[in-house]
Design a binder for this molecule. Structure first.
Ligand SMILES: Nc1nc2c(c(=O)[nH]1)N[C@H]1C(S)=C(S)[C@@H](COP(=O)(O)OP(=O)(O)OC[C@H]3O[C@@H](n4cnc5c(=O)[nH]c(N)nc54)[C@H](O)[C@@H]3O)O[C@H]1N2
Ligand SMILES: Nc1nc2c(c(=O)[nH]1)N[C@H]1C(S)=C(S)[C@@H](COP(=O)(O)OP(=O)(O)OC[C@H]3O[C@@H](n4cnc5c(=O)[nH]c(N)nc54)[C@H](O)[C@@H]3O)O[C@H]1N2
Ligand SMILES: [Mo]
Length: 727
């Protein structure tokens, strides 16, 4: 394999061209990518009315491999009907995620009952009848609804409305496996849970912290902004237990100089232990206070609980800080000096922060550090949780959450003259446990791969197997359809957003609402998500209830409803006429006025978590490779980390020696939850004591316990042991 020492660049371009050719030619791909639809991959927020691949700053950036992969998947032909005759469940279970996705597009509803050895195609009418029967058969609180962040605001909104009118709050979304800790943490700090900045603020800052993320792979469009910060003399501090090639040097494909020579990204690369972030962030805060570089006036006028936070970091010894973080005092002091010299700092973070039992406190520790120097509440500075799915933030905004925000709750009750169910709704993990215990009987999944995303893969399969039914609304096959089956399983094929007959909307990580025009259908068979949900709601709840479901088949009517009830979404009411995409009101913090009872932001004392591991143990993180999108693995190799296969464990050289292992030797990896055998040992630039494996495969090892506040599993913190296998 060719060795790549810089992220992005030619490798990304060559891949893009190759994938485009497979998907029906470069021109077809180019046309597809240039339509007025929001990009399908990450939540950076590309496309929409400004045309594909144009961001919120109106600049026209890079090819992104991921958007090409996602588009190629949707541009496939139909899965041939004989596929399901040839591939019963045994065969489906043996297919890799890539083989399942490459089987083609789902075009016909599929059904499997308790006696079936495989799926069989059924007619749409039959499928809808069966769904209606499932709703009638089981009481509302024994159903749950899981929504991935790929679906539109319109589909998400009516799904949650339907669920609540049906009688349950068991409505959740993939953020419970993703950024929930950011929402919970930030809300506790300043009363709202999203980024405080606009895309433009990245052009005005002089320092960016990139904490616990690998944007070179997962948010390549952020890389241009980071390159530009460095070019204008600013700094980028990376905090990550692994040295990620693309965060050291990245070739921005749309920038000639960068493409040829690469661009230095990190000015300081800090490698803490997995889970060492709170100690590190407290250490930086301690040093800032020692230097007197904190913003006394801001802390006095705009912040609560500064005294407690100050006393906490003062009382922490440097010994405790360096031991728990794994970072030397000299480097912590250097980072503090970089921060002290900055006038406008942006703190960004991803899953390395949220995927912990202390995820919410991790987020608070970041917010503390930002508040310490008055970096929230002015232009060019603030907080940026780098969101995953392209519309995961919108799905949350429009109410696909177990508990609705008070304002939305009251507005819904008022608009429809209804009383919403009072019983507490369950989060994703709780639904899985309830399925296992028999308390939950029926699941509805709008997109995503609830099985594949879940910790404890074996347990997840068993839990879903306990359900009477599960219904998937999907574009392509994934491992969930093979391993996540209930007594009855239905798959309903849906249109991708750029095939929707009516426009849809999405929300970016900067709280910017995109309008996607939709487009011509590529295939006969799949239906619009909204058409399916509104049709089911009409059948189950009738037309004479508080909501006229036949009106809800028109997306613009749904937009009227969203505009009327979701705070900040008012402009959605006119978007069909104006075509004007907009910034959601009340989220950007360019002034230090916070949405809390006192108007001040709140600091929190964040205790350093106890993460002791024994001598024969390692702490494991599960990560994505550059060639996958969540549970869909496109490529076996990981370009930037120089791995030719995925069944590897990446370890520090010292640990490989300490355990008496050799490179490429096979080990069995064990956790309290499961084990994986035949894993190849690889040396990697990762903090000693920490190790990394690829998810979703490694989900057999990840336990199901969660951060008590955000209910997010610790995908990045699994205690493991290794056993050498006989040679
Ligand atoms: N190509 C591609 N793009 C994607 C996705 C994809 O699967 N593929 N998925 C999308 C989604 S839904 C999401 S949520 C995002 C995910 O984007 P990321 O969060 O960047 O993805 P992960 O691979 O989970 O990476 C976690 C990073 O956190 C680091 N890390 C692990 N533990 C710790 C820790 O304790 N502390 C610190 N400081 N760092 C730690 C790891 O070394 C790794 O670099 O990407 C989105 N974009
Ligand atoms: N071990 C480990 N596990 C993890 C993580 C980790 O870092 N490590 N990360 C977690 C994170 S951050 C997340 S967000 C979850 C991801 O969880 P999910 O969002 O549940 O999973 P995806 O793999 O993104 O779902 C992909 C499927 O979505 C369907 N799909 C694609 N486009 C559309 C569409 O337009 N409409 C509909 N209806 N369906 C569509 C396709 O069938 C595709 O197979 O995984 C979590 N699991
Ligand atoms: Mo995610």
């Amino acid at each position: 394999m060719r060795k790549v020492n810089t992220g992005g660049g030619w490798a990304a371009i060559v891949y893009t061209l190759r994938t485009a050719r497979r998907a029906g030619g470069f021109r077809a791909m180019w046309r597809a990518l240039r339509t007025k639809n929001a990009c399908k991959t990450c939540a950076f927020g590309m496309g929409g009315q400004r045309g594909g691949m144009v961001d919120e700053r109106r600049s026209f950036p890079e090819v992104c491999k991921k958007s090409v992969q996602a588009m190629a998947a949707d541009m496939q032909g139909p899965i041939p009907p004989e596929f399901f005759e040839r591939n019963g469940f045994d065969a489906l279970r043996r297919l890799t995620p890539r083989e399942l996705e490459h089987a083609g597009r789902l075009v016909q509803p599929l059904y499997a009952g308790p006696q079936d050895a495989g799926y069989r195609p059924i007619e749409w009418d039959d499928a809808i009848e069966r769904c209606v029967a499932l709703f009638r058969k089981t009481p509302p609180n024994q159903h749950f609804f899981y929504v991935s962040g790929r679906s539109s605001n319109e589909a998400g909104f009516i799904l949650q409305l339907f669920a609540r009118l049906f009688g349950t709050n068991n409505v959740n979304n993939c953020s419970y496996y993703c950024h929930q800790a950011s929402g919970v943490g930030l809300s506790s700090v300043f009363g709202s849970g999203t980024a405080t900045i606009l895309r433009e603020d990245l052009d005005r800052c002089d320092l960016v912290f990139v904490i616990g993320g690998n944007p070179a792979s997962n948010h390549p469009r952020l890389m241009r902004a980071l390159m530009e910060v460095r070019r204008r003399g600013g700094e980028v501090v990376v905090i990550n237990p692994m040295v990620e090639t693309g965060l050291v040097n990245f070739s921005v494909p749309s920038d000639a100089r960068s493409l040829l020579f690469g661009s230095a990204i990190a000015s300081e690369y800090v490698q803490p232990h997995i889970g060492g972030d709170i100690a590190l962030l407290c250490g930086i805060a301690k040093r800032i206070e020692e230097l007197g570089a904190h913003d006394e006036a801001f802390l006095h006028h705009c912040v609560e609980d500064w005294d407690a936070m100050r006393d906490h970091v003062r009382a922490l010894s440097w010994e405790r800080i360096t031991e728990a973080s794994g970072v030397k005092r000299g480097q912590i002091e250097r980072v503090a000096e970089i921060y002290a010299a900055s006038e406008r700092t942006i703190f960004s973070w991803t899953m390395g922060i949220t995927h912990h039992r202390h995820g919410t406190d991790n987020v608070r520790a970041i917010a503390n550090l930002a508040l310490l120097r008055g970096m929230i509440g002015k232009p060019g500075a603030g907080l940026l949780p780098i969101r995953g799915h392209s519309n995961v933030q919108g799905i949350g905004s429009v109410g696909v959450t177990p508990a609705l925000k008070k304002a939305l709750y009251e507005a819904l009750e008022k608009r429809y003259g209804i009383e919403l169910p009072r019983e507490e709704g369950l989060d994703s993990m709780a639904c899985m446990h309830a399925a296992k215990s028999g308390a939950m009987r029926s699941a509805w999944c709008l997109g995503g791969n609830f099985y594949g995303a879940n910790p404890d893969a074996r347990g997840a399969s068993e839990a879903i197997g306990c359900l009477d039914s599960i219904v998937y609304l999907s574009t392509t096959l994934n491992t969930g359809h093979a391993h996540g089956r209930a007594k009855e399983t239905l798959i309903l094929p849906v249109l991708a957003r750029d095939e929707e007959p009516q426009p849809t909307t999405q929300e970016s990580m900067f709280s910017f609402v995109r309008l996607s025009e939709g487009g011509e259908r590529r295939l006969d068979g799949p239906r619009s998500e909204v058409e399916i949900i509104a049709g089911l709601a009409r059948r189950v709840l009738g037309d004479d209830g508080p909501v006229d479901w036949s009106l809800m088949e028109q997306h613009k009517n749904i937009r009227q409803a969203i505009a009327a009830v979701v705070p900040g979404y008012e402009k959605l009411a006119r978007i069909d006429e104006t075509r004007a995409e907009f910034q959601i009101g009340g989220r950007t913090l360019h002034r230090p006025a916070f949405n809390t009872p006192t108007g001040k932001a709140r600091m929190h004392v964040t205790q350093i978590p106890e993460l002791e591991i024994a001598n024969d143990e390692l702490r494991l993180m599960t990560v994505r490779s550059e060639g996958q999108f969540n549970t869909v693995v496109y490529e076996e190799h990981d370009l930037y980390r120089h791995q030719d296969r995925r069944d590897v464990i990446l370890m520090n050289e010292a640990d490989v020696h300490r355990f008496g292992l050799a490179v490429n030797e096979r080990v069995t990896v064990r956790s309290a939850t499961g084990e994986m055998s035949g894993i190849h040992v690889r040396v990697f630039r990762i903090r000693a004591g920490s190790a990394a494996m690829y998810g979703p495969e490694a989900n057999v090892l990840v336990p199901t316990d969660v951060d008590p506040e955000s209910r997010t599993p610790a995908f990045k913190s699994v205690t493991i042991t290794l056993e050498r296998e006989p040679r």
